[in-house]
Design a protein around this ligand. Structure first.
Ligand SMILES: [Zn+2]
Length: 244
């Protein structure tokens, strides 16, 4: 029995190593594979993207580990990379995140040109422009993974919690955060900010599917995974919260 369990553990370990090795090889060769994938604006829908969600997630986790520990490699930023990508793109993931200058997406995942389809707005709010951009990434570029990334000490979330109103378009944007403020309304004050940041990622992950029938269709068909995560601007670490 114990021998069987050991064998199983060994096999699981070997499978994990193979997955990580495959993901790394895929990531290094992504520009080559991407060439011609898009074939011009609005051409083929989602063809030729070699990524699957689990491999993409493993690459993001490994990249954030490098970034948070100071071992970042700042990949794919040279002329040779621009040359390889000139024919098209096949990003491994789309990231919906805040516009905060302390949360630059490619840096904190240690990714380069062609790796991430980044969609940013204050508070990581999924307004119509953000939803449309994410739908493009999924339906035209074949992106298999969306990460909804909130962050600690988010000014937009703080403004929403304060209940203060803002004029103009900013006021409209902050309304997107009303569900977050309502969700933490009954919590003690000292817990509100930290819980609100976590709920931002979770609630907006769910909203993507609720607001976009297109994204919902891809999730239902197992062609798209949406994952909530929080970036800690002090430690540099990204915590992945849930997968659905
Ligand atoms: Zn923010």
């Amino acid at each position: 029995m114990r021998r069987g369990a050991n064998m199983f553990g060994l096999l699981a370990h070997a499978a994990l190593i193979l997955t990580l090795a495959f993901g790394f090889a895929l990531w290094r060769s992504a520009p080559l594979r991407a060439e011609g994938a898009e074939g011009g604006h609005g051409a083929a829908r989602g063809r030729q993207n070699p990524w699957d969600a689990d491999a993409a997630l493993a690459v993001l986790k490994a990249g954030n580990e490098r970034y948070a520990t100071g071992e970042h490699v700042h990949p794919k930023k040279d002329q040779s990379d621009r040359d390889l990508l000139s024919g098209g793109q096949a990003p491994l993931a789309a990231i919906l995140s805040c516009a905060d200058s302390r949360a630059p997406t490619e840096l904190l995942f240690d990714q380069g040109l062609g790796d991430l389809f980044t969609v940013r707005a204050a508070g990581a709010t999924p307004g119509v422009d953000q939803l449309g951009s994410l739908e493009y990434a999924v339906t035209h570029l074949g992106v298999p993974l969306i990460v909804v990334l909130s962050h600690t000490k988010c000014g937009a979330v703080g403004a929403a919690l304060s209940g203060e109103t803002e004029p103009g378009a900013l006021g409209e944007l902050l309304k997107e955060l009303d569900p977050i403020a309502q969700a933490v309304a009954s919590l003690p004050d000292e817990r509100k900010a930290s819980e609100a940041v976590i709920l931002t990622a979770k609630i907006f992950s769910e909203e993507l599917v609720q607001k976009s029938p297109v994204l919902a269709q891809y999730v239902a068909a197992n062609k798209l995974k949406i994952v909530a995560a929080v970036y800690d601007i002090d430690s540099g670490k990204v915590s992945f919260l849930e997968e659905n």
